[in-house]
Design a protein. Structure first.
Length: 97
């Protein structure tokens, strides 16, 4: 039986196994022979994850991957919140008049 690489939850036969590119480690090395060169690499690999972890990993990709798209989403939510607060204040002023 397979298990989720991200959270470790067992994945049963009824659940869909989803593959995502996840963080698997990183490596460092230093070469002292020439001006002390350094390298740092982050490694990713395709692993099987459960549906809940796949949804979490998908959040940073696709529609909301770019900073401009995230800013647009944030400003839209902020505008909606301001709209509803202004409406609530207006209703409260009319009601308690």
């Amino acid at each position: 039986m397979a298990s989720c690489y991200h959270c470790g939850k067992p994945i049963t036969g009824q659940e869909l196994r989803q593959r995502r590119q996840v963080y698997v480690g990183e490596s460092y090395w230093v070469l002292y022979a020439r001006r002390r060169q350094r390298s740092h690499r982050t490694h990713y690999g395709m692993r099987i994850v459960c549906a809940a972890c796949a949804a979490k990993l998908n959040w940073g990709r696709g529609a909301y991957s770019s900073p401009a798209a995230r800013l647009k989403w944030f400003l839209t939510m902020l505008g909606l919140l301001a709209f509803f607060l202004a409406g609530a204040i207006l209703v409260a002023r009319i009601y308690f008049r």
